[in-house]
Design a protein around this ligand. Structure first.
Ligand code: ATP
Ligand code: MG
Ligand code: FE
Length: 340
């Protein structure tokens, strides 16, 4: 069964064709990063305009690359939230047009469920599962009791991990998005600054990165004022170690409270080498939990992951009508008995 999937929640226009929710026939991604770099972040109006320019081209390329015709498709999946409303609407309108013209079922997909399902291209998901979702806009632990159910266990109280990377990157003079470069610098440095690890010992599964960000910025500004040269590699390593320590500790805490078969690491920050290594190391001590990492090439936004999550939603009778709207603040429900 073939699903055509659309993703336009932020700054990547992407269209994919996915077979049986597990095999990528095409995954075309047109990134707008170059256009946003000079502003140091994503400008919503610029994003919408690019999506409009790119969506038809991506659709044509995806069908051509997959060597699939509209007649062969079985369903259309689309990200309808969370994200930038004007960006989401482009994908939603395109998906509705194809679904209407070719009389196909329309499947609404939560972007964060998509990120989790990037892991499906590595191995089938086994339930119950836990996902550590770390991206540009989200940092959350999500419990999956069964297919197509997603429940928040804990989340960031302020900045997302990726957002913190991008903000401190600016202070280091790096261009947006800075996560990948900071990861590389960190590997050449050591944790010598000992930045704070917020909420590390609190009895919950929540995170906070704004204090770390402020501590980092204050350290750099102070050094600039007194004319001291700080080692960029060590700064990056110290920041990264602080992020990793908290992410790993809270994840392990959640795994003790919610026994699962798999831990899924997903979202843009899941590409982080240090985080992948640290989690793998800690999980060897919980050997009943399988560690599943989203493939490096599918950690960032793409439509293939939407096709995989959409397939599961479709099989669970999730459908949208042609009045489907974008939901910029779409969120998973909280798990029952959560420590809020
Ligand atoms: P959301 O998915 O929450 O809506 P988003 O789609 O903008 O947000 P993603 O595309 O999933 O976020 O991830 C982008 C983020 O990942 C950026 O903040 C970027 O800096 C970060 N990132 C990418 N690679 C790495 C890395 N190796 N280490 C740390 N962060 C990284
Ligand atoms: Mg992006
Ligand atoms: Fe994303």
């Amino acid at each position: 069964e073939l699903i055509l999937a659309f993703e336009t929640s932020c700054d990547e226009t992407s269209v994919a064709v996915v077979e049986n929710g597990e095999k990528i026939l095409a995954n075309v991604v047109a990134t707008q990063i170059k256009s946003h770099k000079r502003f140091g972040g994503v400008v919503p109006e610029v994003a919408s305009r690019h999506h409009i320019e790119q969506i038809t081209l991506c659709l044509q390329d995806a069908l051509a690359e997959a060597a699939v015709t509209y007649e062969e498709l079985d369903a259309v999946a689309v990200t309808y939230g969370p994200g930038l409303v004007g960006a989401l609407l482009v994908g939603v309108a395109a998906a509705k047009a194809v679904a209407f013209a070719h009389n196909l079922p329309l499947i609404p997909v939560n972007h964060m469920a998509g990120h989790i399902y990037a892991a499906r291209f590595v191995t089938p998901l086994e339930f119950p599962a836990m996902a550590l979702l770390v991206s540009g806009g989200h940092t959350e632990l999500v419990y999956l009791p069964e297919p197509n159910r997603y429940e928040i266990v804990g989340e960031t109280r302020d900045d997302a991990a990726g957002e913190a990377y991008d903000k401190i990157g600016r202070v280091l003079g790096l261009s947006y998005p800075a996560g990948k470069e900071i990861d590389a610098l960190a590997h050449a440095g050591k944790d010598s600054f000992k930045f704070p690890r917020a909420m590390l010992h609190e009895e919950n599964y929540d995170f906070s990165f704004s204090g770390l960000k402020s501590a980092f910025i204050n350290t750099v500004h102070h050094a600039q004022q007194v004319g001291e040269e700080l080692n960029k590699n060590d700064l990056a390593a110290s920041f990264q170690q602080s992020v990793i320590d908290v992410l790993v500790a809270k994840t392990i805490r959640a795994l003790h409270a919610f026994p699962v078969k798999q831990l899924i690491l997903a979202g843009g920050v899941a590409a982080n080498r240090g985080l992948r290594q640290a989690l793998a190391q800690r999980l060897t001590r919980l050997d009943e939990v399988e560690f599943v990492k989203a493939p490096l090439t599918l950690c960032g936004d793409n439509a293939a992951m939407i096709g995989a999550a959409g397939y599961v939603a479709w099989k669970n009778d999730v459908r949208a009508q042609l009045d489907l709207n974008a939901e910029p603040s779409l969120e998973f429900p909280w798990v029952k008995g959560a420590l809020k």
